[in-house]
Design a protein around this ligand. Structure first.
Ligand code: MN
Length: 668
């Protein structure tokens, strides 16, 4: 009935390609049907453009097809309207006055508005997201017939908004296809090059891969584990990002080919893993079965040494877990339908648990006011970054972005807990699998899988230095709110009294009276010339921070509060300390020509520097590359020398020090 209705409404209308319009909603409906969305979802997909493009009213759809389908259509329509609203849609000619950055910023702002609307529409019914993603996918598949500018806008928006959202919903099949299509339109030459490199690398392994599948299957069968083993190739965009991050060629990625070991029961995953690890030494191993990702993804990932001649990446999971990686949140309806249950609009309620982060968005949205950039920043920082999962003592899983601290976790649990946090007891397994327990402060960086028991005290309240500890916008917003409240009640903390700093000559002396063993702090990475302050640690160790470091200040403040005898900072001069090298996090902007990261790494190694971390992001704007690189520099080489050399690398526009690391404010 929905098809007949839509067919009638769109009759006589053609798409830009010249095809009858109805082929578009039909394709979208087929796709959501493949994802096993329920009948209301499929009907809504067929009807999704009728309100926007024909003279159909929402009331008419509700009357004909009920509130569930019409609700979804309405959500999707709201979206389309944001996308094509005059200030968003038509790309105005670029005024000469706007710089490329300003222009990019404005576009970003508009995309933000889109994302925000999408998230809010999803709150009403998550099926809106699935239909919208399918709509976007079909539009991208048929983008050839569109104008260049429209194609670029659609592709860019896909990479920024729809791809990450599909990932959050666990819809990896859509995510990969969306992102690769967008990549191929935006950077056709790079895309073709990456595809060719992948094809060449796969061709080289064409005998190896089936041999590995056969071997794994044989070893498993011998030990009574029945498994299907096959292999898959990394998608071009992922391969491009990951190779860029490591500064290597796509063909050199160890996990360009990954093997899937699919078993029937969850217990078989563990059996298969032990057989495989017993046979081949694991190099790197991740357990997403005990710690499922918040989008529901479950699998063991292991990289093993020398399997039939090469290191091999294996994903071990059940058939059911595998199906969920393709269907993501749509799996919900599939399960219900398989049980023969009637699925109506109210079942969206169960979905909400799966996408629980939506309600957090909505809460934040109220706090953030009208400025969508704030909202975007929050989403990018808190939700689209790599996530870690930690456990509460009750066994709940919390999801936090990488780099999150105890204080972030505390606010995530509850604002009232966050506001009174003194620290936490952390339980985690060390590399040998032994359980370790330790008491840490609020600034402690969490690692994946740790069990975090937050300790609170009624005597504690937030102070502005907490803003420097937290990583998530969510916690920052909560702290700011409490601070404003305290100020209104006249309970605001006074300005920090700087502790008197004594000057000393001669060698650096630990509070114990021993000559200090100096180490440079990794949080703020002091470089020669920076003002230093030392923190006394166990033995004769003194860690040296930049004097503006927030970790330094919070550590000392906590020690003072606890009456710790090592609460006083130790003033230090560079001439007093004996370290072989120092670490400098740098930011480099450049023309995004290929191989820039490679040339920077080569220049660094020619100077005898070690690259501790690097991260290239060619994606912030089409023509610029942003590279973050952390170098270990021998003490006898000055930072300005390093800068001089890096600035001479062709394509490099600016080099500067990443002073944000660990500091409240950036000294000039
Ligand atoms: Mn459409």
């Amino acid at each position: 009935r929905a098809f007949d209705f839509a067919d009638m409404k769109h009759r006589g209308v053609a798409r830009q390609s010249g095809e009858p319009y109805i082929l578009h909603p039909l394709a979208v409906a087929s796709y959501v049907a493949e994802l096993a969305l329920d009948a209301h979802g499929v009907a809504a997909a067929l009807l999704h453009d009728t309100v926007e493009d024909t003279k159909t009213s929402a009331a008419e759809i509700a009357r004909e097809f009920g509130p569930a389908a019409s609700g979804i259509v309405e959500g999707v329509t709201k979206f389309t309207q944001v996308e094509t609203a005059p200030e968003n849609g038509a790309d105005p000619p670029l005024p000469k006055i706007l710089s490329a950055e300003e222009y990019a910023e404005r576009k970003r702002f508009q995309r933000l508005a889109t994302l925000r609307k999408l998230v809010l529409a999803m709150q009403d019914d998550p099926r809106v997201l699935i239909v919208k993603l399918a709509d976007r996918l079909h539009n991208l598949r048929t983008l050839d017939s569109m104008k260049d500018r429209q194609r670029e806008r659609t592709s860019r928006e896909t990479l920024d908004v729809y791809g990450p959202l599909a990932g959050r919903a666990g819809l990896y099949a859509i995510k990969n296809e969306l992102e690769d299509l967008a990549f191929s339109y935006l950077e056709p030459i790079t895309f073709a090059r990456i595809q060719a490199q992948i094809a060449a690398a796969v061709a080289k392994r064409r005998n190896w891969a089936p041999r590995v599948c056969e071997r794994i299957q044989r070893e498993l069968r011998r030990r009574g584990v029945c498994a299907v083993v096959n292999w898959c190739v990394k998608h071009p965009l992922r391969a491009y990002y990951e190779a860029g991050k490591e500064g290597i060629k796509v063909g050199q990625l160890t996990d360009l080919l990954a093997f899937r070991v699919l078993v029937t029961e969850k217990a078989d995953c563990y059996r298969a893993l032990s057989v495989i690890h017993g046979k081949w030494r694991p190099i790197k191993y991740d357990d997403y079965i005990a710690h499922a990702k918040s989008n529901g993804y479950q699998s063991f990932h292991t990289l093993v040494f020398n399997l039939e001649g090469h290191d091999a990446k294996l994903h071990i999971r059940t058939h059911e877990m595998h199906r969920a990686t393709q269907h993501g949140i749509a799996e919900y309806w599939l399960e219900r339908a398989a049980r023969g249950e009637y699925v109506d609009g109210s079942s969206a309620h169960g979905m909400r648990a799966l996408v629980g982060w939506v309600s957090e968005f909505v809460e934040l949205d109220g706090e953030l006011g009208e400025d969508p950039t704030e909202f975007m920043k929050t989403i990018e920082r808190d939700y689209f970054k790599d996530q870690i999962f930690i456990q509460t003592p009750k066994g709940d899983t919390l999801e936090l972005p990488e780099g999150a601290t105890v204080l972030d976790a505390a606010y995530k649990i509850h604002t009232d807990i966050g506001d009174h946090t003194v620290g936490a007891t952390i339980q985690s397994a060390d590399q040998y699998g032994n359980l370790r327990q330790r008491v840490v402060g609020p600034e402690y960086l969490l690692s994946r899988g740790a069990v975090v028991h937050v300790r609170t005290s009624r005597d504690v309240q937030p102070d502005p230095s907490w803003l420097g500890i937290v990583q998530t916008e969510y916690a920052r917003i909560k702290i700011n709110r409490t601070l404003r409240l305290l100020q209104r009640q006249g309970k605001a903390p006074g300005p920090d009294e700087p502790s008197p700093v004594r000057r000393v000559d001669g060698p650096l002396v630990h509070h114990s009276g021993k000559v200090a063993r100096a180490a440079l702090a990794r949080c703020c990475c002091p470089c020669p010339g920076d003002k230093l302050l030392g923190v006394a640690q166990h033995g004769n160790l003194v860690t040296l921070h930049r004097d503006c470091c927030r970790h330094l200040q919070t550590t000392l403040a906590r020690r003072r509060a606890n009456g710790d005898p090592f609460a006083e900072p130790i003033p230090a001069e560079w001439s007093q300390i004996n370290v072989e090298s120092y670490r400098a996090p740098l930011l480099i902007s450049g023309q995004d020509h290929r191989g820039l990261m490679q040339e920077i790494s080569t220049t660094a190694s020619q100077m005898g520097l070690n690259v501790a971390h690097s991260n290239a992001n060619a994606n912030t704007s089409r023509y610029r590359a942003a590279i973050a690189i952390t170098l270990d520099i021998p003490r006898n080489i000055s930072l300005s020398f390093v800068f001089g050399r890096l600035r001479k690398v062709p394509g490099v526009l600016r080099v500067w020090r990443d002073l944000g690391k660990g500091c409240f404010e950036n000294p000039s």
